[in-house]
Design a protein around this ligand. Sequence first.
Ligand SMILES: *Cc1c(COP(=O)(O)O)cnc(C)c1O
Length: 402
Amino acid sequence: MARIPAVLFPTMYIKKQRLLTPGPTPLLPAALHAMMGSDIHHRTEDFRKLYKQILSDLKEVLNTSSDVLVLVASGSGGLEAATQNFFTSGDEVLVCSAGKFGERWVEIMKAWGMRATVLSAPYGEAVQPEAVEKALHENKNIKGVFVQASETSTGTEHDVKRMGEAVKKTGAIFVVDAITGIGTMPLDIDRWGLDVVVGGSQKAFMIPPGLAFVTISPKAWQLAESSKAPRFYFDLKKERKNALNGESAWTPNTALLLAFAEALKYIKNIGMDKLVANAQLLAQATREAMQALGLELFSSAPASSVTAVRPPAGMDSGVIIKEFRSHFNAIITNGQGSMKGQIFRLAHLGYFDFHDLFAIVAELEIILNANGCAVPYGKGVAAVQNAYAAVALPKPEPVAVS
Ligand SMILES: *Cc1c(COP(=O)(O)O)cnc(C)c1O
């Protein structure tokens, strides 16, 4: 066999681009193809049929009796809509903040003139449900409680079930940014008292950024009656009225809606609980692989949406991110804000599978070795193989001794 000149190896010629971030996430091919059918008009029967299907499928996969509405916006637009439609400037609210997205809630409260009490946890930790309970007990004027189900910046999960139980007993509504929580953790919207839940298209829904959606409980609609915040584009009552006729209030993003319809069909087909189990398994295998490689996990309450990992002592995590890009054309994420350089984040939400994870961990081993951190090749990969075998392969029958 002809020898391949060694000089080729440092770069290789074919490197498929792989988007491995916790949003945007890898795209579902069927959804991507569906986007080409966007030469439709949004005030036609064809569109109304599509839109009604999307709203009913979304309600089904979220398993809720709450109203479900879709907005043309990034996830933050959904967060803003979830604020301005239910409250009035000067209202007292409670914000749980455990990372960059918790801080975004605080900024939104500031922008809308709300008086926010902030319960903050250090990066990598979760706000405890007891703290929410205590704060609600101490201040009966609180009208809303805000949290991230999954705090994407630190890879941390909040116990929204227990928080919901505490909020349920009060007059306040529970507003949950579940943008990376949906599809990665169980969320019983109705039973847990999650009054307003916000989701986004570019996370576990496997389609590009640009759609947000919001669920609204009867308790939240009740509060909306007294809300005096000004609104025009994000008017949920107007959206609800139009949605009943299978239309959106404004010209919608038809390409994304076509993609959304395909993704919802796919998720319905495998089942939302299976999509969650998929992320949970990948997250667990990732944690085991990182520990096998001697790397420290950043979060004390790790989420299944994304795993935040500390680089080896003395190494900037940016090195790992850059090496993934230059050697393997794979895009993974650094820490945000002051966590930049301190962590790298491996995503599991949506269209991720074990094939992806085997490659990511094998490549990470190469990158660590190339940057002065000697780890035995295959140690992390073996942890992923063991995690896979434990759930996907039949247990060997014990051999009978004669
Ligand atoms: C991605 C994300 C958002 C939304 O960000 P956009 O850039 O506005 O889509 C909000 N909260 C969390 C927890 C997220 O992961």
